[in-house]
Design a protein around this ligand. Structure first.
Ligand code: ADP
Length: 366
């Protein structure tokens, strides 16, 4: 059993640097919680406060319902894994994994047993006599994980552990850490700036910006129901497209882009919720995957576009074009080869549109 709770936690480094601003968060037992956001948004500081490596300026931190504000890192029963593996270069894999246990004066036989168990889990058994320099990046990262696991901590903290690895290895380690979470059944808090990592690993994701929490939710809820333009733009690749405009009541409800070059009638289902917003400045959000070559829904909106960039990915392609005065990206099946300058018809799935208050950036729920 290991929960972590932050109550009104802030970190003020100096008068003008409020790195973390009044965070309230409860991480459940055995949960895999991901903190995600752009560089400098306060993720690492939050994690380091949980670890006890950074003092808390105001607020309270609980681990297993025990107030830990003044508890030393070594007494918090947590393990932290960083992006630089911080392995001891002169020690073998075995000694690197066993190091923390030896410091704690754990019995030799017990150390043997635990290191064996951990190296079996992480498939390091054949490498125990090697030094770190004779290991690949992925193997070093596994040793760093082993060193954390062997101590049986209550909570695992990860700070961008995969950012030093190449793309392929990152994907592989991502699944390994997810499997490890299932196997060990422990509480994990994971910091990353990479939304794909967050989406694929987290039970729940905390999206942060400028030291504040924007939204805490499951990956799919963040994708489907973002609370504002920041979350909507951060979750999903390529990012959601935004077009500024207004609604006009005109035989129904019409969207008009600010430059009036893109106008269409909204499906019935939106009218009730959106008519109050007519004439106010709003942003329309369209996910790249809501475009298609063929109408795939009764509410598809036909548009004529001129391709400005064509990015074939194989199974799918990204087409860039101008719509409503904005550069838009769409994500369509890769079967058709396109050329820059091609003028084609596309369809927008108008069943799945997003709307935001231009002033606050907040979602207008429909
Ligand atoms: P992230 O992990 O999201 O990239 P950090 O938690 O590292 O963000 O940093 C949050 C903010 O706090 C940034 O503006 C950063 O410059 C500032 N910061 C981090 N550490 C310190 C420090 N030791 N002293 C002063 N400011 C710091």
């Amino acid at each position: 059993m290991a929960t972590v709770e932050l109550k009104n936690v802030s970190k003020i480094y100096s008068e003008n640097v409020k790195a973390v601003d009044n965070i309230n968060l409860k991480i459940e037992d055995k949960e895999f919680l991901v903190l995600v956001g752009p560089s400098g948004c306060g993720k690492s500081t939050t994690l380091r406060m949980v670890a006890g490596l950074e003092s808390i300026s105001t607020g309270e931190m609980f681990i297993d319902e025990k107030l830990v504000n003044d508890i030393q890192p070594k007494d918090r029963d947590i393990a932290l894994v960083f992006q630089n593996y911080a392995l001891y270069p002169h020690m073998t894999v075995f000694d690197n994994i066993a190091f923390g246990l030896k410091l704690r004066k754990i019995d030799k036989n017990e150390i043997q047993k635990r290191v064996k168990n951990v190296s079996d889990i992480l498939e390091l058994s054949d490498l125990l006599n090697r030094k770190p320099k004779a290991l690949s990046g992925g193997q070093r990262q596994r040793v760093a994980l082993g060193r954390a696991i062997v101590r049986n901590p209550k909570v695992f903290l990860f700070d961008e552990p995969l950012s030093n690895l190449d793309a392929k290895l990152r994907v592989q380690m991502r699944t390994e850490i997810s499997k490890l979470h299932q196997k060990l059944g422990v509480t994990m808090i994971y910091v990353t700036h990479d939304q794909t990592e967050a989406m694929t690993m987290g039970d729940r994701i905390v999206v942060m910006k400028d030291g504040s929490i924007q939204q805490v939710d499951t990956p799919l809820n963040l994708y489907r129901k973002p609370v504002n333009t920041f979350v909507a733009g951060f979750i999903g690749t390529p990012s959601m497209n935004f077009i500024e405009g207004k609604f006009l009541i005109n035989n129904g409800l019409e969207f008009n882009s600010l430059d009036e070059s893109f106008v269409f009638l909204l499906p019935e289902k939106y009218i009730k919720k959106l008519e109050n917003w007519s004439s106010r400045n709003i942003k329309l959000g369209i996910r790249p995957e809501s475009f298609s070559y063929e109408p795939n829904h009764d509410d598809s909106v036909k548009i004529k576009i001129k391709i400005s960039v064509f990015e074939p990915m194989g199974n799918e392609s990204f087409l860039y074009f101008n719509l409503g005065g904005k550069e838009i990206v769409s994500r369509v099946p890769g079967i058709i080869e396109q050329k820059v300058g091609n003028e084609i018809d596309l369809y927008i799935n108008a069943d799945n549109l997003y709307f935001f208050d231009e002033l606050t950036g907040n979602t207008i729920y429909v």
